[in-house]
Ligand binder design. Structure first.
Ligand code: NAD
Length: 458
């Protein structure tokens, strides 16, 4: 929540301690559906026009550095807002020099909250081509760590047959402030399933919200990250069904009222949770209504060293964070009224703790790594129905949960990433909004970290 982060970061006590520790003020990140204010430049290293076509589709005017014509290397007398480098077709080590040549002046010229966006082939043949494909990931991660002033670098791999329309929502997300806390990451985009060609992404700044007419269910919606996911989905036009424990009923009702959605008081670990979610949707919105997206956000921690973890703490965390989702999804997928629509979206919440492991969180890491496994297995199973399955893996996010960590420890968690600060719940919510977008039909089976390129597990 903005209020929270300000309280935590900029409280007098916090500032005084940060000052005494000699810690710099973190940069203020560009957020929201806002493109860079400065010029966008692009380069194609091996003749691919996919990035250029995608930018054109989005209405982003991008000038092309001279490298496209094989002429002199570019220089940038002024600040630039983003550099988009199309490396599709790159197969040889020697061709990486082109990337260095383009990036070197560009990263120097990059404005605050600027963007480096790299595009490369997901599937290549041959040893050298695969080495080059992986080399791009190393470059991306390193550039992310070297950039300053809130600028980020990310790499998108594209499967064969990916068209500009398939890539538009990803480019739009990466260039806009919505991806403020996504840094040093790479993920894969493919063609939208044949039967469901991707709807064109809403042009940046356009009035047509991407989720208009769609129902989105968010579990754990009463507070924290869940409340932000619901808020962003509603901003994007969705009718939101907020689900949370009866004990959180008051906050849940207030949220549902504010967003003109509905509230369902439900413990997601109940054996019939899936049935009750579908019944709520069918009752409130009609027997023909279907869920466009379900976001499995509800989660708990019960931290202890494994040596001190009893069976109850173990089971509680695995139940809420993983088993509930495994039970709910098949129910919503069986075609019943109020279930998930064909072409729908399933979104899970993993965690960097699940990817890297974290002392004192064996149960939590198991559950969150389990979410990553679930995504990998379920995405191909549902591809034929046009249903995508993805997850975010948040790092340190400023919520009620993390506000309880003692200041110095919290400050260490916050600062050990490339952006020098904690993320905000809205950063997680915006990434989920990108997955929920109908135009993201070609994005499935992906786990995107929203961690500011946290050092943990990198
Ligand atoms: N805050 C972070 O830094 C961070 C980092 C990584 C991952 N996450 C994940 O993000 C998600 C949200 O985290 P948060 O920080 O907003 O947590 P939070 O504790 O502030 O909110 C979680 C919400 O889930 C609800 N909930 C818990 N158990 C439930 C159940 N059985 N049925 C229905 N609702 C239930 C709670 O009532 C609460 O409203 C969780 O899955 C968490 O593991 C958070």
């Amino acid at each position: 929540m903005p209020g929270l982060i300000e309280r935590a970061f900029y409280s007098r006590g916090g500032q005084a301690v940060a000052g005494r520790l000699g810690l710099p003020e973190p940069p203020v990140l560009r957020r929201g559906r806002v493109l860079p204010g400065e010029p966008v430049v692009r380069a194609s290293l091996a003749g691919s026009m996919l990035a250029a076509d995608t930018l054109e589709l989005l209405g982003v005017v991008a000038t092309s550095p001279l490298l496209d014509d094989g002429a002199e290397l570019p220089t940038y007398p002024e600040r630039i807002g983003a550099v988009v480098v199309d490396a599709c077709g790159l197969r040889e080590i020697g061709q990486l020099e082109g990337l260095r040549a383009v990036l070197r002046p560009a990263v120097r010229a990059l404005a605050g909250s600027g963007r480096v966006v790299l595009l490369a082939d997901a599937e290549v043949e041959g040893v050298e081509a695969n080495a080059v494909r992986q080399a791009l990931d190393g470059i991306n991660r390193t550039v992310g760590k070297e950039l300053r002033r809130g600028a980020t670098a990310n790499l998108v791999y594209v499967r064969p047959g990916t068209a500009a329309a398939d890539l538009a929502s990803t480019f739009s997300f990466l260039l806009e402030g919505r991806s403020a806390f996504v840094d040093g990451q790479s993920w894969t985009v493919g063609p939208a399933p044949a039967l469901l060609s991707a709807a064109p992404a809403a042009a940046p700044g356009s009035d047509s919200p991407p989720l208009a007419g769609h129902i989105v269910v968010v579990t754990g919606a009463a507070r924290g990250i869940g409340a932000q996911i619901a808020t962003v989905a509603a901003r994007d036009g969705a009718t939101v069904v907020g689900v949370d424990m009866p004990a959180a009923g008051e906050a849940l009702a207030a949220l549902a009222n504010r967003l003109h959605g509905t509230a369902l008081q439900l413990d997601i670990t109940a054996a019939d949770a899936g049935e009750r979610i579908a019944a709520h949707v069918a009752t409130r919105y009609g027997a023909d209504a279907r869920i466009h997206g379900i976001v499995h956000n509800a989660g708990i921690t019960r931290d202890k060293l494994l040596a001190n973890t009893d069976a109850q703490r173990w089971a509680q965390v695995l139940e809420v964070n993983l088993a509930a989702e495994l039970r709910i999804n098949p129910v919503l997928l069986d075609g019943r009224p109020g279930g998930l629509a064909e072409g729908g979206r399933i979104v899970g919440i993993a965690s960097t703790s699940g990817i890297a492991g974290n002392r004192g969180q064996a149960n939590y890491a198991a559950s969150k790594a389990g979410v990553v496994g679930l995504v990998g297995a379920e995405a191909p199973e549902l591809a034929g129905r046009g249903i995508t399955v993805n997850a975010v893996a948040p790092g340190f996010i400023e919520t009620d949960m993390t506000a309880k960590i003692p200041f110095v420890q919290r400050e260490v968690f916050r600062r050990t990433n490339s952006l020098g600060q904690g993320g905000q719940p809205v950063d997680v919510a915006e990434t989920i909004g990108y997955f929920l977008d109908p135009a993201s039909a070609g994005v499935s089976g992906q786990v995107v970290r929203v961690c500011g390129q946290n050092l943990v597990g990198q």
